[in-house]
Design a protein around this ligand. Structure first.
Ligand code: BGC
Length: 414
C-alpha cells in the first residue's frame, strides 16, 4: 500500500480507539520503585477525573515495551500515551502520529523550564511532541556500606580501586558486582566504563558521532578489555536476572556493588533503605565529573474525541507541574527534568546528581546514554548493546575481534 494511504488508514483506525475519559498509558515501570513512581502519575490524573487504563509491559530498559508499542501502532490500536525516549520520539513524530503539545507548552512556559539538551529531545521541527518527566544519571555506583565496613574496605572511585577491592571481596566470599542478565544491562556497564576509561570526548566521538577511528582504536579496545575483566567479579547465576533483582542483592548484602542508573535508588528506598546509611550512591569509577543522561518522556498519540484529547492535554500539563515532578522523581530515583525546583525535599543522591548535571553540562561532559536509547537509532543502539553483551559472555572472542566486529556492523548500518 502507498505509504501515505497506509498512514491515513492508520489515523482513521486510531481515531476510533480511545474511549472518552480513558487515558491508556503504555509504560515499562513495573519494578517496586518504578511502580510507586507511576502510581503518582495515576493518582494525580485520576484526581482530575480521568480514568487510568494501565498498559504496562514488563522488562527493564523498555525493549519489550517498544516491541509491544510498535505492534499496537501497526495494528492501528495505539495507547493514549507511551513512555518514549530519544530518537524514538522523533521517529513517531516523523510518521505524523504524535499529538503536538504546543498549547500546553506555551501556557506552562516549557521553553524556560527545560534545559536545552532536553528540549531538543522532546520537540520535533520546533513543536513539542513529548513531556520529559525526569533525568536519570546512568553512571552510578550503588554500594552496601555495611559490607565495606565489615571488611575494612573503601568504596572504589576509580577502576583500579574497583578491581583491587573486588578481588578482596571475592576472597572473603562476597560477590563484588551484582549484574543482571539482559543485554541492556551489559550495555549499561559498558557505556559507563567507556566514559570512565576514555573520558567524555572519547565517548562522544566513538559512541555518539560514531567516528570510525575512535570506534575501533586502542582506547575502545582498552574499554572492552576492562569491561570483560569485570565479568570475573559477578556471580554464576547472572543469566536472565532482572536489574532490580541485581539491586536487591546489594540491598540484602549478597553483593557489594551494582553499576546502574539511579532508577536503582527507587529499589533501595522502596525497601525502606536510607542513602548514606543503608546504601551509598556515588558516581561510577572515574566518572565523577561526567554525566550520562537518560530522560524518560511520555508522548501522546493522536486520538479523536474532545474528552480523549482533553485528557491527554491534562496529562501533559500535569506531568510538567512541580508537584508531579517532585513526587514522581522522589519515588523514581531520578531528578526533575523541570529546572528551578525546590531542592530541599530531595535526598543527598538526588542533590549530588542535580549539581553534577549542571557541572557536567558546563564542562562539556554531559553525554547521552546509548544503552537507554538517547542518541542512536534503534538499529545502531541494538547493535552496540548486543555486540558488547555477546562479547561479555563469550569465552573465545578477544577484545580486538569484538571491537572490529562492532565497528564493522555500525559502518554497515550507517
Ligand atoms: C528507563 C528507566 C527505567 C530503567 C529500568 C531505563 O531505560 O529510562 O525509567 O527505570 O530503564 O527499567
Amino acid at each position: 500500500m502507498h505509504r501515505i494511504a497506509a498512514l491515513l488508514l492508520l489515523t482513521i483506525l486510531m481515531t476510533a480507539n480511545a474511549r472518552a475519559g480513558d487515558v491508556e498509558v503504555l509504560h515499562f515501570l513495573t519494578s517496586a520503585g518504578e511502580a510507586s513512581a507511576i502510581q503518582v502519575l495515576k493518582q494525580q490524573l485520576e484526581q482530575q477525573g480521568h480514568h487510568w487504563k494501565d498498559a504496562s509491559v514488563t522488562g527493564g530498559g523498555g525493549d519489550s515495551a517498544m516491541v509491544a508499542l510498535q505492534a499496537r501502532i501497526v495494528a492501528g490500536f495505539p495507547p493514549s500515551a507511551a513512555q518514549l525516549k530519544g530518537p524514538l520520539i522523533q521517529q513517531w513524530a516523523r510518521e505524523g502520529l504524535l499529538t503536538e503539545l504546543d498549547d500546553v507548552a506555551v501556557a506552562g512556559h516549557w521553553d524556560q523550564r527545560l534545559p536545552e539538551v532536553i528540549r531538543e529531545l522532546v520537540t520535533y521541527q520546533g513543536h513539542y511532541v513529548a513531556v520529559p518527566i525526569n533525568i536519570h544519571r546512568v553512571n552510578g555506583l550503588w554500594a552496601n556500606p555495611a559490607l565495606f565496613r565489615q571488611y575494612g574496605l573503601a568504596i572504589p572511585t576509580s577502576w583500579d580501586e574497583f578491581f583491587d577491592v573486588a578481588r578482596q571481596l571475592q576472597e572473603y566470599g562476597i560477590t563484588p558486582l551484582a549484574q543482571g542478565g539482559q543485554a541492556w544491562q551489559d550495555g549499561t556497564l559498558f557505556e559507563v566504563m567507556a566514559l570512565g576509561i576514555g573520558g567524555a570526548d572519547f565517548y562522544r566521538r566513538a559512541l555518539v558521532e560514531l567516528d570510525p577511528a575512535a570506534l575501533s582504536g586502542p582506547t575502545m579496545i582498552k574499554v572492552f578489555e576492562t569491561f570483560k575483566r569485570s565479568r570475573d567479579f559477578i556471580d554464576a547465576d547472572v543469566l536472565g536476572r532482572d536489574w532490580n533483582i541485581a539491586t536487591s542483592m546489594v540491598v540484602n548484602g549478597q553483593a557489594a556493588m551494582q553499576i546502574m542508573g539511579d532508577w536503582a535508588k527507587g529499589e533501595f528506598t522502596s525497601a525502606g533503605k536510607n542513602p548514606g546509611v543503608d546504601f551509598v550512591c556515588i558516581a561510577a569509577p572515574d566518572t565523577s565529573d561526567g554525566f550520562i543522561y537518560n530522560v524518560d518522556s511520555f508522548a501522546m498519540f493522536q486520538l479523536s474525541g474532545d474528552s480523549a484529547r482533553q485528557a491527554q492535554a491534562d496529562m501533559a500539563k500535569l506531568m510538567m507541574e512541580p508537584a508531579f515532578q517532585q513526587a514522581f522523581n522522589l519515588a523514581k530515583g531520578s531528578i526533575p527534568a523541570r529546572q528551578g525546583m525546590d531542592r530541599k525535599p530531595f535526598d543527598s543522591c538526588a542533590q549530588a546528581s542535580m549539581n553534577d548535571f549542571m557541572a557536567a553540562a558546563a564542562m562539556g561532559k554531559l553525554v547521552p546514554s546509548i544503552a537507554h536509547g538517547m542518541a542512536q537509532t534503534p538499529a545502531i543502539r541494538d547493535l552496540i548493546v548486543s555486540s558488547t553483551s555477546r562479547f561479555y559472555h563469550s569465552r573465545t572472542m578477544t577484545a580486538s575481534q569484538a571491537v572490529a566486529q562492532m565497528a564493522k556492523g555500525i559502518q554497515a548500518l550507517r
